[in-house]
Ligand binder design. Sequence first.
Ligand SMILES: NC(=O)c1ccc[n+]([C@@H]2O[C@H](COP(=O)([O-])OP(=O)(O)OC[C@H]3O[C@@H](n4cnc5c(N)ncnc54)[C@H](OP(=O)(O)O)[C@@H]3O)[C@@H](O)[C@H]2O)c1
Length: 429
Amino acid sequence: MSSLSPNSSRFAQPSPAPSPAAPLRVGLIGFGCVGQGVYDILRRQPNAGAEVRRIAVKNPDKVRSLPAESFTYHADELLADPDLDVLVEVIDDAAEAFRLVSTALRHGRRVVTANKAMVAEHLAELVALQQTHGGTLLYEAAVCGSIPVIRTLDAYFGQEPLRSVSGIVNGSSNYVLTRMGLDGADYAPALAEAQAKGFAETDPTLDMAAFDPRAKAVILAAHAYGVLLSPAQVLNLGIENISATDIAYAGLADQKVKVVAGLYLLPDGQLTVLVTPQFVSSDSPLYAVDEEFNGVVIEAEFAGSQFLRGRGAGGHPTGSAVLADLAALRGDFRYAYAKLGAPLSYTTDLELKIYLRTDHEVLLDQLGFTDISEEADEDGYVVGYVPLDALLQHRDALRKAGAFVARTGNVRPGTVHSEENPALEEVSC
Ligand SMILES: NC(=O)c1ccc[n+]([C@@H]2O[C@H](COP(=O)([O-])OP(=O)(O)OC[C@H]3O[C@@H](n4cnc5c(N)ncnc54)[C@H](OP(=O)(O)O)[C@@H]3O)[C@@H](O)[C@H]2O)c1
């Protein structure tokens, strides 16, 4: 096939919206876990209003569940096909996904994606491309699989101020933490079990070091607060260095360790976002979100507290979100991004109360620990306050040093805030 530049005149122009009776003609790019889930759902739901017309994959030598003639190995062919109404991008290569999705949007096409890393890294540009060229990008599947959290935040809560959005948004790490909590298992066997059951990747870094939930937090921030962040601005601490000692410490206070992605509107009206292990008590709905499940708590100004729980990954749950996006496209839905441009600033000038377990005492000085309330030499942990900025600066060093950090939930304003507004106090979030 000849290569096709995004500006080629042969490039497909957006098809006119199909008549209500005509199913959307879907070009499916990727036929792995999610792609096959989407295919199977649409096959089993012939009246869903969408049907897969073409499929693009990468490897011509792979054994497939469908005949070889069902596939092309050139995704650009689907982008150029004017007989396709929607492109569903579910590949595992974020850079190539961005090339495909941005090219399609530049030509005003309608696209559904599940790729959180790609969306989080390029969200500002993806929003601008839609505004400039009139295409539509939906990505419910990118955050919490089957849980309809993006559309809830974007459409339902588009006008309502939110106090916080906090959630367990990574099923792999939650599965490992659950196994460790129930069986007293160490991290390595719990991770091996998660991998054997298909809940964790062979290379678990993205999930266990909290890069995956950080990407999801960035996407949530855009819809919940209208703030476009780059992933690097958000603290991500994971569970690669967790031990049975840490789980036991949480248990002493009847708490569980959970990796929580937290977006908090602080008392001074600024937003902070962070993804870290956290000690969670039984009065939080997140306490009961176990195994590979995800859960999100939305604290809204007028609606009060709401809790969404469901399966955050897997072919069918993620395919369910793609199905919902296809149905939404049939109704000409697009994200309103209603809060974008709101005069809300992002801050990392906070101090967090943390539990740190480490053999490297020098880390305590580097992090600038203050107000130490607990210290156990034999277990090597200390509890006290550290600046969020110090955690951001030293997160790689903490990871490499084998240290484990968990938030207690208490935060207080950092030095700049305190000087500007001495009335600010410690809050719980
Ligand atoms: N798995 C989940 O539960 C889940 C949940 C939410 C979101 N997601 C996201 O969904 C996306 C897909 O995940 P997955 O688990 O389905 O991945 P996967 O099982 O590894 O499958 C990836 C698919 O992408 C295809 N592919 C890769 N590069 C391609 C290219 N350049 N052109 C065409 N096809 C290409 C592969 O082709 P071959 O078959 O030829 O190798 C394969 O079919 C990722 O962005 C992931 O983060 C996954």
